[in-house]
Design a protein around this ligand. Structure first.
Ligand code: FAD
Ligand code: HEM
Length: 382
């Protein structure tokens, strides 16, 4: 298998834009109409997911140490779509047909063999991981909504209880599917450390024009059913580290960091921890009241609220809780102003720009990249 040849041919194909995904899916569904129902009805946004990932992955096939864990995760994750071994050859055949078409005269038997070998290897790793996972875990967890708290028109806090316990680490996320948007799976981070009653909280912010967040935020009710995929993600606490902790949350990026905070609070002697919670407006600091109470109870926790788009002002309803003012500025600026973080482990979550800029700022301030763990909420959907 010639990895460079794979990379070059995929790069050439990818340059041909939207038509590639259109060809791939039409080929797949014409040859295998029964597979169409596995995919969302509207595919314009999601279209490149499978194909783009496939090509990208196969073209990295010479870097197995970093690829294999990713593929294992992907294979486990495909169980929730109902994908089994028999489906793989169909996708492989359409992938090869697509590559052949877009490579044109550059396509030959050697290239076909390379792609076939790469796809077979990738499928094998995914399927083995899926099969192994099937021995211990369900393909998805059914869950019921037991609480919906709308903090603003565009932010809801949900509480759900899965039919069977869902094991996860604070900081991780699960893909969620609602009955009213079948096959539209979206990731949401658990906002609490695992509890004895197995209930899970989510914080969801409405995204303009988004099909799933609009349902979760505006029309979900107690008693509604959801399906949850297996937990994913690496924004988890470095348990071996003796360092102090810096948590930086933009909007609902608070969810996984709140789970980590709860995990820290269960330690016999928690590290000194700073939590920066930022939004554009004071109103966007949707969980501030509860966080302020926590900060008053937990002597090792310092809470710094920040708003970027409004002048500094008194935070509504928070005098009792002791945090009367938010800092003015974007999170990277406020975090940068507030201290030296060289000795800290940093955990950053929120919209992509905020996460990227906070990361850059921390690195400029001398924080080692290895000590910064991040999650962005939008990118993984593309
Ligand atoms: C690992 C992970 C964890 C996540 N955890 C949470 C969470 O705890 N709470 C939460 O509210 N969201 C979270 N998200 C985002 C969530 O998965 C959805 O993308 C979001 O709710 C929008 O879903 P949608 O179907 O309404 O719109 P989508 O179809 O997903 O998106 C519509 C459009 O909006 C863009 N977009 C999506 N999310 C954002 C965003 N946050 N900011 C700006 N643009 C965006 C998309 O790129 C797309 O162009 C997480 C995402 C990932 C990858
Ligand atoms: C080598 C094999 C494969 C790779 C690398 C791959 C990759 C991917 C990726 C990266 C996603 C997006 C995941 C997410 O958003 O959580 C995805 C989604 C999906 N894949 Fe695969 N996949 C493979 C095989 C298959 C097969 C054999 C099927 C069977 C038909 C399949 C069906 C799906 C479906 C239904 C989705 C959800 C699509 C959506 O929500 O838009 N995949 N795949």
């Amino acid at each position: 298998m010639d990895a460079q040849r794979l990379k070059d041919s995929f790069a050439h194909v990818a340059r041909q834009g939207d038509a590639v995904a259109l060809f791939f899916y039409s080929d797949l569904f014409v040859r295998n109409p029964q597979l169409r129902d596995m995919f969302p009805i509207g595919m314009s946004v999601q279209r490149e997911k499978l194909l783009g990932a496939l090509g990208g992955i196969v073209a990295q096939v010479d870097d197995l140490p970093s690829l294999v864990p990713f593929l294992q995760q992907l294979g486990r994750d495909h169980r929730k779509f109902g994908i089994v071994a028999e489906h793989y050859p169909a996708v492989g055949a359409s992938l090869l047909a697509t590559l052949k078409y877009f490579c044109g005269t550059a396509w030959n038997d050697d290239l076909a063999e390379d792609w076939n070998a790469a796809y077979t290897l990738v499928s094998k790793v995914m399927l083995e991981a899926a099969n192994e996972d099937a021995l211990r875990s369900p393909a998805w967890w059914n869950a019921q909504v037991i609480g919906v708290e709308r903090r603003r028109f565009d932010i809801a806090m949900l509480r759900v209880v899965p039919d069977q316990p869902l094991p996860y680490l604070p900081g991780q996320s699960v893909a969620v599917e609602t009955t009213s948007r079948p096959r539209h799976w979206r990731y949401y981070s658990m906002a609490n450390a695992p509890r004895a009653d197995h209930t899970i909280d989510f914080h969801v912010r409405l995204v303009d024009g988004g099909p799933v967040s609009s349902v979760l935020v505006r029309s979900l009710h107690v008693g509604d059913r959801l399906r949850l995929g297996a937990p994913v993600g690496t924004l988890t606490l470095n348990e071996d580290s003796p360092r102090d902790v810096l948590l930086v949350a933009g909007s609902t990026g608070l969810a996984p960091l709140k789970a980590i905070l709860e995990q820290l609070a269960r330690r016999p002697s928690p590290p000194r921890t700073h939590l920066f919670f930022g939004a554009r407006t004071h109103e966007g600091l949707y969980d501030l009241e509860e966080l302020s109470k926590l900060a008053m109870e937990l002597r090792w926790l310092t809470l710094v609220p920040a708003v970027s788009d409004e002048p500094p002002g008194t935070l509504p309803g928070l005098h009792r809780a002791g945090t009367a003012q938010a800092e003015h500025g974007t999170l990277p600026d406020v975090v940068g102003r507030r201290g030296l973080w060289i000795d800290h482990d940093a955990y950053v979550c929120g919209p992509p720009v905020m996460v990227a800029r906070t990361n850059e700022r921390l690195v400029q301030l001398g924080v080692n990249r290895d000590r910064i763990r991040m999650e962005t909420f939008a990118e993984a959907q593309r």
